[in-house]
Write a new protein. Structure first.
Length: 331
């Protein structure tokens, strides 16, 4: 059986050029980074269908993915095979989640989410600043031969990774995240993978029970962009992290909009939330500094100048604490 198919279009020439040559195994740093770049491109420019398993310390779930690139746009549909029949549709980075709840199907819209196997950015410059990359052994994943690449952070402010890259087509077949104790905190791996020949998009739609009512999720509503004036600023961010998005959201149950800021080092993503202290979070005042973990995700909350500051991310504890402490309120 053949695997994968490339979309043929003048608009896709850049991505396809990266994928045209087979992978040659070398030990040099530059060749390793080129191989990782090829993995980033392959996840977007190949058409494929398969099943991957995502495992954390809290849960294991299987996902069926169908992906197609038509030369200009990406189309992907992820179907959760365990538990509630949740589906995620991704059209060139615009994500729509269909989540059945009781007699309704809640529709959520999100922006700019990277989903496996497209977890790597096409521009790796920011990752090169904060990580070292080396080559390891070759292994088989989902019946395919893969070259293992090890991404090691240059400091203690991010996790390390291993990536299994298909030696023929460059697609990322497996990704494992490790904490500073070299313990696995997240593993995502294809168990089945094959070519998707069809060019029709009849599969690109949810197949959830249509007898239920479909309603838009209004719990968090975007009310302002990053240009709005603020009474705070960010100082001394952890090395390698930069702000990639900022917005104000009106959240159900809260009197005032909540500020949401997203930071990234090119791979890891961290969210910062700022809100005024009021009757809805009085209970959180009882403990001004609170650090907690759930699997590979760390949370840190503290009170700063009458504001509740919360930082959440799949990063080490030190990172969420540093970003929270980087928020300085203007007098």
């Amino acid at each position: 059986m053949k695997y994968f198919v490339l979309a043929r279009s003048f608009a896709s020439v850049t991505l396809i050029a990266i994928l045209c040559s087979s992978i040659t195994v070398h030990a040099s740093d530059e060749d390793n980074w080129q191989l990782l770049h090829k993995a980033a491109a392959a996840a977007r420019a190949l058409s494929y269908k398969g099943i991957f398993v995502c495992q954390t310390s809290k849960q294991i779930r299987s996902v069926e993915i169908t992906h197609m690139y038509d030369g200009q746009n990406e189309f992907a549909r992820n179907v959760m095979l365990d538990g509630s029949p949740r589906e995620v549709l991704n059209h060139s980075g615009n994500v729509v989640i269909y989540n059945p709840q009781h007699e309704k199907v809640i529709i959520e819209k999100r922006r700019g989410q990277n989903m496996f196997p497209a977890v790597l950015p096409l521009n790796l410059d920011s990752i090169k600043v904060s990580y070292n990359l080396r080559q390891a052994e070759t292994e088989r994943v989902a019946g395919r031969l893969a070259q293992v690449l090890v991404l090691v952070p240059k400091d203690a402010l991010r996790y390390s990774y291993r990536f299994w890259v298909d030696t023929e087509y460059g697609l990322l077949l497996k990704s494992v995240m490790y904490n500073h104790r070299d313990e696995v905190v997240e593993s995502i791996s294809f168990t089945q993978l094959g070519l998707m020949n069809a060019v029709a998009l009849d599969w690109f739609k949810p197949k959830i029970d249509h007898s239920k009512n479909y309603v838009m999720e209004h719990e968090a509503e975007l009310v302002a962009r990053a240009d709005s004036a603020t009474d705070w600023e960010i100082k001394s961010l952890p090395a390698g992290y930069r702000k990639v998005d900022q917005m104000m959201r009106k959240v159900q149950g809260k009197d005032e909009p909540v500020t949401h800021v997203v930071f990234s080092d090119g791979l890891a993503s961290v969210s910062l939330f700022i809100e005024h202290v009021n009757k809805h979070n009085k209970i959180k005042l009882q403990q001004k500094n609170m650090l907690s973990s759930s699997g590979n995700t760390n949370f840190y909350t503290h009170i700063n100048q009458g504001h509740l500051v919360t930082v959440v991310g799949d990063v080490p504890e030190a990172t969420v604490v540093q970003i929270a402490n980087a928020v300085v309120f203007k007098k």
